[in-house]
Write a protein that binds this ligand. Structure first.
Ligand code: FMN
Length: 196
């Protein structure tokens, strides 16, 4: 079966590009109010220096920017928190569209800890907190939802010892959540190593 783009069944495109990792992004506004939201248009894009990107779509047809974008534009800082299976419910709750100035962290009692180098808080129930400063915001020119790619440079990372083994991250201990198509999620729990 071949579909030209205008005939693609709903969800087929995103359901094909799986699994997508989830950036659980914490930010803080100029008023000091925190914000937290998940983003699955997310990837590493450089390792020297380490850099990441995630993409924010508009809040609605009026192209209202999401709170995460507003805060990053103002502060130039954000934390990407990795979501373990145990934080799934909290991650899901934090995707609620609260009005700007209302904190998902406060509303749902999501535990935080101070970040080391930047102002936005890190999520305490995430065993990996990636502290980033804004590098650039790129318009995805042809996107009809005004998508913006936020590119961040990693300034430091907190990694919980409990997910480490022999100096490496152990996937079975981390059990990171990722996004599948439709309403699906998955957990990474197995690593296949190639023979050298
Ligand atoms: C698992 C998951 C992945 C998501 N991925 C994205 C994404 O890549 N880009 C996006 O703009 N919204 C994404 N969303 C929706 C946002 O999390 C949602 O719009 C949120 O309310 C934005 O919050 P904010 O306005 O506080 O920034 C995702 C939601 C979930 C649950």
């Amino acid at each position: 079966m071949f579909y030209v783009t205008q005939d693609l069944p709903k969800g087929l495109f995103k359901g094909s590009i799986i699994p997508r990792p989830i950036a659980w992004v914490s930010t803080v506004g100029p008023d000091g109010v925190t914000n937290l939201a998940p983003f699955s248009y997310f990837q590493a894009i450089s390792d020297v220096p380490p850099m990441i990107m995630f993409v924010v779509t508009s809040k609605d047809a009026e192209m209202n920017p999401k709170d995460t974008l507003v805060n990053i534009r103002a502060s130039g800082e954000f934390v990407v928190n990795i979501v373990p299976e145990s934080a799934f419910e909290m991650m899901d709750l934090s995707s609620e569209r609260l009005p700007y100035g209302e904190s998902e962290i406060d509303k749902f009692g999501i535990p935080t800890k101070k970040s080391v180098l930047i102002k936005p808080p890190s999520i305490a129930i995430s065993p990996i907190n990636i502290e980033c400063v804004l590098s650039e915001i790129m318009d995805i020119k042809e996107s009809l939802r005004g998508n913006k790619m936020i590119i961040g440079k990693v300034v430091g990372m907190s990694v919980d010892e409990s997910i480490m083994e022999d100096g490496r991250i152990n996937v079975k201990k981390l059990r990171p959540m990722c996004r599948l198509g439709y309403h699906g999620y998955s957990v990474v729990e197995k690593m296949i190593e190639r023979r050298l």
